[in-house]
Design a protein around this ligand. Sequence first.
Ligand code: C2O
Length: 535
Amino acid sequence: AAIKNYHFDIQVKNVSRLCHAKPIVTVNGRFPGPTIYVREGDRVLINVTNHAQYNMSIHWHGLKQYRNGWADGPAYITQCPIQTGNSYTYDFNVTGQRGTLWWHAHILWLRATVHGAFVIMPKPGTPFPFPQPHQEFELLFGEWWHADVEDVVKQGTNMGLPPNMSDAHTINGKPGPLFPCSEKHTFAIEVESGKTYLLRIINAALNDELFFAIAGHNMTVVEVDAVYTKPFSTQAILIAPGQTTNVLVQANQVPGRYFMAARPYMDAPLSIDNKTAAGILQYKGIPNTFLPTLPQLPAPNDTEFALSYNKKLRSLNTPRYPAKVPLKVDRNLFYTVGFGKNSCPTCLNGTKLLASLNNISFVMPQVALLQAHHFNIKGVYRVDFPDRPPTPFNYTGAPLTANLGTATGTRIGKIAFNSTVELVLQDTNLLTVESHPFHLHGYNFFVVGTGIGNFDPAKDPAKYNLVDPVERNTVGVPTGGWTAIRFRADNPGVWFLHCHLELHTGWGLKTAFVVEDGPGADQSVLPPPKDLPPC
Ligand code: C2O
């Protein structure tokens, strides 16, 4: 194992896309930011110095941070932000994980431009459990906004209105030639006939689940969220904000130029975002004048594709990479995912849109929850998040205005150390049905079941996959349906649980778990680092 040192200088830089220049927040002046490249077992030290006028905080999405929530990064959950002029060093070990993850700002919507790949190579001498690729590429999907992202946030969260949509989708920060004035901002990869390539795909978009395909080429999915999967071949993948997907691509077609394209899966009735980001896969020796062909992407509302694609995702589950699914459950949680309204005198129509779990819309604290927990600071949060909704109702049936009432508060749940937890996330028809990618910090979980309609506790668990369910850190709760996940609460600390659509997070679609310390000397939260930013 090695020690890997990185320096992240948070600085504002003028960047131009679609012939429109604007200052954006960057790491080291780069957009997207630099790739962290480590090996399983390494210790990583990332010194973040903030030279921007915004408060900053960085999350290493999918890194488990065992006993070490201090390095996790969500602002006001595990740390207070790094203020302008200050620095903080994220110091953590990469243990028991290998694959593609990513990092991003975890405060307001700054992750729009502050994000990058986090690649963990297996230990030396340990091969991938799939054919060794000739070369690998990272593809980060994102969004470009002409407007200042902070203004967009204000519009969305204060006025209770959906903010303007982004102006482009991007691949590695580049919209591609389907957008005006963007030919020169096209991401391209060059391949050699007959060789196999590994694409490390990351969805860093703020608000869009995306389909992705490459014209003429199938992809073989081999890993999601840094966990190996049973390989399967597909024409397109579906990837939600927060998720990663590794695919193998064989350069086995007539040498030429082929478009790679990403476009939203639009399941919410209100969304009308069908912008396509395009990059190019080009065979060696083919001239740039050769016109590329576009891939066939699933239709924007193709929920059938979404469901069948997700069903194909299975843990590799070999003796070397076993799926350790909890078979018995100590704690059953059932959270509804929905929207509601609160009165807001300054808002349009006098009401404000809120998003909630079990009808509770989360309010960000002013002291980081982990510090409050560790130092026993009272009055920061309440440990009374209900295990199930106040009154059960027909979640996906005819809308019930009675269930729109939403409470607000910094309310979280407590979980006993090492207990096994099942959490069913149930989408509701409150205001609108929509798919939500839920991310849990500090853990991977197994997706044991999913379905459309209301979860039925008498029937659905019998159909769970407890053998080789996919293991990941972010999962889509389908439109008008439910998803059941299981995990063992063996990582003490305070861990954020939230929808990875920034808009919904901003509306309060989040909460956290306090996982208590275990009895052993090595089962409690580590002491905080000296340079932890003050609150
Ligand atoms: Cu990638 Cu809490 O987020």
